[in-house]
Unconditional design. Structure first.
Length: 146
């Protein structure tokens, strides 16, 4: 069974935390288990709602856990280091998807931009986390600035 956990960027310290997701009408928290004197306690840490992403249950070739919002590359065309696309992990309806996005300064026309394939289809193609959409926007092409 897949481990269910979320990550989000804290509002106060601007750091990433991982744990259980808590949402109410006005605020979003990640509940993080802390170890104090051999007793498990939980700290609820307020996070930026737009930064929250769910764990896919998968790791990249370096053992990094893959969350929603991560930017990936593969050793598979058209999303390898040499190619013009990267993959952005998104969740929709019932599965995690890898959505092709043009790299910054890409030479391609972008006809494959936005095409989605299931994340599991890339497992045998050397998935590697290279960033995330919150902290590494420079990895993605910016539309409308031409």
């Amino acid at each position: 069974m897949r481990e269910i956990k979320f990550r989000g960027k804290t509002k106060v310290l601007n750091k990433w935390v991982v744990g259980s997701l808590i949402i109410d009408k006005e605020r979003t928290w990640i509940s993080v288990q802390q170890e104090h004197w051999n007793m498990g306690t939980f700290d609820n840490i307020e996070v930026v709602p737009e930064s929250v992403g769910q764990y896919t249950g998968l790791k990249d070739i370096n053992g990094v856990e893959i969350f929603e919002g991560y930017i990936l590359q593969t050793d598979y065309y058209p999303c390898s280091v040499e190619d013009d696309y990267v993959l952005v992990v998104e969740y929709d309806i019932d599965r995690f998807w890898c959505v092709r996005k043009l790299k910054a300064n890409a030479n391609a026309r972008g006809v494959s931009d936005g095409i989605a394939d299931g994340l599991y289809e890339f497992l045998d193609h050397g998935l590697k986390v290279i960033g995330n959409i919150y902290e590494n926007k420079e990895l993605l092409e910016v539309k409308g600035n031409e």
